[in-house]
Design a protein around this ligand. Structure first.
Ligand SMILES: *[C@@H]1O[C@H](CO)[C@@H](O)[C@H](O)[C@H]1NC(C)=O
Ligand SMILES: *[C@@H]1O[C@H](CO)[C@@H](O)[C@H](O)[C@H]1NC(C)=O
Ligand SMILES: *[C@@H]1O[C@H](CO)[C@@H](O)[C@H](O)[C@H]1NC(C)=O
Ligand SMILES: *[C@@H]1O[C@H](CO)[C@@H](O)[C@H](O)[C@H]1NC(C)=O
Ligand SMILES: *[C@@H]1O[C@H](CO)[C@@H](O)[C@H](O)[C@H]1NC(C)=O
Ligand SMILES: *[C@@H]1O[C@H](CO)[C@@H](O)[C@H](O)[C@H]1NC(C)=O
Ligand SMILES: *[C@@H]1O[C@H](CO)[C@@H](O)[C@H](O)[C@H]1NC(C)=O
Ligand SMILES: *[C@@H]1O[C@H](CO)[C@@H](O)[C@H](O)[C@H]1NC(C)=O
Ligand SMILES: CC(=O)N[C@H]1CO[C@H](CO)[C@@H](O)[C@@H]1O
Length: 487
């Protein structure tokens, strides 16, 4: 299957989305240079990933060529973590448990595992916590340690400086033969490496909100996707991994421009078109910040604007925090790009907007005026439908575990498209912090009536959360001072 095999009507719809994003971006925010929106060049010849370091076992060119010819049959599965003692209502939809999916993915590995993660903290002692809920993280670390014994190379890109001082995971893995690079994003772009994804054997992918942290498996609400047997997409995402790898080398500088072999041919304008489990699918990966977007790579912010701009019925978004400002520069600068796109959708196109924002012990109360401002737009009489709720994960008897009991998910769904990302919604996450976004759209299949398109599945998960007892309106108990669940 190749890019031309996809259904033309889906391709047309996506191109339109890109165009509306261009218009929005252009009009709204002059900082975003429209020059990257040019059409990508046709195939630039076979690319290889051999630059990853000669000692790494990587498929030789012939192997890659063979894999390209092999007909892939991509399969996408949504995965999630639900914090312990927070059972969803009986009969409510759920995705595959993340821990199970990660362990299976490592079992399936044959040649190589590439992992990008903000930080690592897979064991209880790393965090100074003795709690039985860390056992899944510890099992995952053991399986990662076994990879070199199975003749599978393990390459890790993580943020420098190290966030969790006492974590020993990476030393343990290096001792077993893993290659680790610490990417000094602070020096390079003023941000952090915040991406979270895996590329396995250049053919399977994980992407989502979870870091390599045991709490992501049992104490934090996370959402992600695994795509199996999809080498063209996996090799495209691996190019983003390669950008981190290059920047993690000693004394690395930001290439300007990036060499041509980092260019992407799969993007907003030319998404991959394929049948996923028989379902016609268009899909691409975005990246941030712009400095880490080689030619042809759609910027994460543009991807979000394209998805919002394409919505005609609804936009449901679940994010950890929502600030139409910068977060890390002082004084904060107003940055209304995403906020405006939501307002435009609601007012100009009558799109139903729902925003679910996490509220936890560390939530900055200065977020609430912005949420109330968005909510204030709601006017049913004029068909303007905007609703904001905050999601509070009850701490229950888990107060011994720091930085947990929070919804960390970052996703958005419209009637057309699902977006799964790694960025908080404030300016810094798009200007200096590295992240990736998965943008995917499926058409209900006439031959496989049982298979719900991914945007339908994600909508169900959103609606489950939106209507759960832990999601409360802004006029409810959460006034911004108190994100502790009272119920
Ligand atoms: C591109 O080529 C350079 C030099 O050979 C190499 O270091 C780099 O890893 C390559 N990039 C990709 C994405 O393969
Ligand atoms: C290990 O992997 C490399 C590269 O994939 C391969 O050439 C070699 O034969 C493998 N060794 C074993 C013992 O399987
Ligand atoms: C990290 O290690 C130091 C020294 O061993 C210790 O004092 C500190 O409590 C540890 N921190 C955590 C979070 O475990
Ligand atoms: C952890 O807790 C268990 C029981 O809660 C206890 O048996 C064990 O000794 C503790 N381990 C450490 C290292 O404190
Ligand atoms: C991937 O494809 C192989 C055959 O090429 C198949 O055996 C395997 O089950 C597929 N994996 C998944 C998870 O679909
Ligand atoms: C996102 O925002 C929260 C605050 O709500 C912050 O603690 C976190 O570090 C940010 N980035 C991540 C990891 O999502
Ligand atoms: C609101 O939408 C309904 C149904 O689409 C329509 O009948 C009605 O005229 C609209 N009202 C306004 C004020 O636009
Ligand atoms: C927390 O409560 C659950 C039941 O709600 C119980 O099974 C578990 O043992 C408790 N954990 C601790 C550390 O008290
Ligand atoms: C914002 C968000 O995703 N909230 C969810 C957090 O986790 C619980 C448990 O699954 C859900 O019910 C919430 O809706």
């Amino acid at each position: 299957m190749n890019a031309k095999a996809g259904p033309p009507e889906v391709r047309g719809a996506l191109a339109l989305l890109c165009l509306s994003a261009v218009t929005l971006t252009y009009v709204l925010w002059q900082v975003l240079s429209p020059s990257t929106w040019g059409h990508v060049r046709p195939e630039e010849g076979p690319t290889t990933s051999r630059g990853l370091g000669s000692s790494l076992a990587w498929a030789p060119l012939e192997g890659e060529a063979r894999r390209h010819q092999q007909s892939d049959s991509c399969r996408l599965v949504l995965v999630e973590s639900i914090p312990q003692d927070l059972p969803p209502a009986p009969g409510s939809p759920s995705a595959q448990p993340l821990a199970q999916a990660w362990l299976q993915l490592l079992d399936a590995a044959r040649e190589s595992v590439h992992v990008a993660s903000f930080y690592w903290s897979l064991t209880g002692p790393d965090t100074g916590v003795n709690d039985s809920s860390s056992h899944l993280g510890e099992a995952l670390l053991r399986k990662l340690q076994q990879l070199p014994d199975r003749n599978i190379s393990l390459a890790v890109a993580t943020s420098a400086p190290t966030l969790v001082q006492n974590a020993t995971d990476l030393q343990v893995l290096v001792a077993r033969g893993a290659q680790v690079r610490h990417v000094p994003m602070g020096r390079l772009t003023g941000g952090v490496l915040h991406s979270k994804f895996w590329v396995v054997d250049g053919r399977h992918i994980y992407v989502g909100s979870a870091n390599m942290d045991w709490r992501s498996l049992t104490q934090v609400k996370e959402l992600g996707a695994i795509i199996y047997n999809c080498s063209r997409l996996a090799q495209d995402l691996d190019k983003t991994f390669q950008t981190y790898w290059v920047l993690g080398a000693p004394r690395a500088v930001l290439p300007k421009p990036w060499p041509r072999n980092f260019s992407s041919h799969i993007n907003c304008f030319q998404p991959l078109q394929d049948y996923f489990d028989g379902v016609p699918t268009t899909v691409y990966f975005s990246a941030s910040p712009p400095a880490l977007c080689p030619h042809g790579r759609t910027r994460d912010l543009d991807a979000l604007l394209a998805v919002m701009g394409g919505a005609r019925e609804f936009i449901y978004a679940s994010v950890m925090e929502y600030f139409p400002t910068t977060r890390f520069s002082h004084p904060a600068r107003y940055w209304p790009v995403l906020d405006t796109a939501l307002r435009v959708a609601a007012v100009s196109r009558g799109v139903r907007v729902r925003l679910l924002v996490s509220c936890w012990l560390n939530t900055d109360p200065s977020m609430f005026p912005y949420l109330r401002s968005l909510q204030a737009l709601s006017n049913p009489a004029a068909n303007v439908s905007v609703d904001v709720k905050v999601f509070i994960v009850p701490v229950r008897n888990h107060s011994n575990i720091p930085f947990s009991r929070v919804n960390h998910s970052k996703f958005m769904v419209t009637e057309k498209t699902a977006y799964i990302g790694t960025s908080n919604w404030s300016e810094d996450y798009f200007s200096s912090t590295s992240g990736v976004g998965l943008v995917v759209s499926q058409r209900a299949s006439s031959t496989q009536p049982g298979a719900a398109p991914v945007q339908g599945q994600l909508r169900q998960l959103f609606e489950r959360d939106w209507s759960s007892r832990y999601a409360v309106g802004l006029d409810g108990q959460a006034q911004g001072q108190d994100c502790v669940w009272q119920g």
